[in-house]
Design a binder for this molecule. Structure first.
Ligand code: 5AD
Length: 345
């Protein structure tokens, strides 16, 4: 089968083999992006969802070998935002037009179950806001409590579907535990997001195909795919940045195969290249909204020189950009897209 035939088959059957995905990852982009953009249009229309992300703590118990927040990085100044500061920040973002707040942090046990619950309640009392948590691996009972407090969504990237690579890069945890957490989140009715990086050591095109199939298996509602960017204060600091073109191809294949998930054009892609994924199937973009004194310290990968702007100004800029590429700004909260059975071919 040539690649055009593979693409048509994946679109029609919503299934793919590792071999087929690898062929697409090796192949040309024109037809792949064209078809992914068509599916995006069909399922998401021209609406782009803007999400505000509040990175509220850079303390982390983990030692992810690629991440600048890893606990072994002693060069990083650490910060925590107070509960009130987080709620005030969310209010400013809401006033600027954001209807989804993504609450992200390192794995910081200072924010215990009760503190996160309080943050959820405080933000929910501001207005009709969707809350996406992204605070890593926790116990089932915490996930359950936060869901009951009103948290709508959860992001927990699987990072890599290769168990050996996963366990090597995450000495503090295990692949099994990661997948267990993902299953719990789905079971609790969170709109669940996962995702992975392109360019991790040991990763092959086969690994990426398995990453994509894992997202398919768990039928995720959101998927973030970004290139790995080396951080000098980590053991992987001397490696090369992951390929942006492979990143775009992976996004496009996910759109062909899964159809409905919300797919962001990730910050890592924005930072590492001039490409964006809006023409390869993406329909979401996030903007940081926490104060700059914190943004400068949320150093997952090296941060470029930041010119300070207000939340409103940054929102206006991204809105203008979206309009300039012929898309519209969604006025909804942008919940998960549900496919009715009759629509599945
Ligand atoms: N390069 C790119 N992405 C990274 N992440 C962490 N470290 C890096 C890096 N060096 C991503 C991971 C994590 C998310 C918060 O950031 O996928 O889930």
């Amino acid at each position: 089968m040539d690649n055009k035939a593979i693409i048509k088959k994946i679109v029609k059957t919503s299934s793919a083999s590792v071999k087929e995905i690898v062929e697409l990852l090796k192949g040309d982009t024109d037809y792949l992006f064209y078809e992914a953009d068509k599916i995006r249009q069909e399922y998401c229309k021209d609406e782009v969802h803007l999400r505000a992300i509040i990175e509220f703590s850079n303390y982390c118990r983990c030692d992810c070998q690629y991440c600048g927040l890893q606990r072994s990085n002693k060069n990083l100044k650490r910060y925590r935002m107070s509960i009130d500061e987080i709620a005030e920040n969310a209010k400013m973002a809401y006033d600027a037009g954001y209807k989804t707040m993504v609450l992200q942090s390192g794995e910081d046990s200072y924010y215990d179950s009760d503190k996160i619950s309080q943050i959820i309640k405080d933000i929910k009392s501001i207005g009709d806001i969707a809350i996406t948590l992204s605070v890593g691996e926790r116990d089932y009972i915490d996930y359950k409590k936060w869901r009951l407090c009103g948290a709508d969504r959860y992001l927990l990237k699987h990072e890599t579907a290769d168990k050996d690579i996963y366990n090597k890069l995450h000495p503090h945890s295990s692949f099994e535990r990661r997948i267990q957490c993902l299953k719990w989140l789905k079971e609790l009715g969170y709109q669940t997001g996962s995702g992975f990086m392109i360019g991790l050591p040991g990763q092959t095109l086969n690994t990426i195909a398995n990453d994509i199939l894992l997202l398919h298996e768990y039928d995720v509602e959101m998927a973030g795919i970004g290139p790995f960017i080396p951080h000098p204060d980590t053991p992987l600091g001397n490696l090369k940045t992951g390929s942006s073109i492979l990143t775009l191809k992976a996004v496009a294949i996910i759109r062909l195969l899964l159809k409905r998930p919300h797919l962001p054009t990730t910050t890592a892609l924005e930072v590492s290249s001039s490409d964006n994924a809006f023409f390869a199937g993406a329909n979401v973009i996030m903007r940081k909204v926490e104060p700059y004194k914190y943004r400068r310290l949320y150093e997952i990968y090296p941060i470029l020189n930041l010119r300070e702007k207000s939340i409103k100004e940054e929102r206006r800029e991204v809105e203008e950009y979206i309009k300039s590429i012929g898309r519209e700004i969604s006025s909804s909260k942008g919940d998960a897209i549900i496919i009715k059975n009759s629509e599945v071919s």
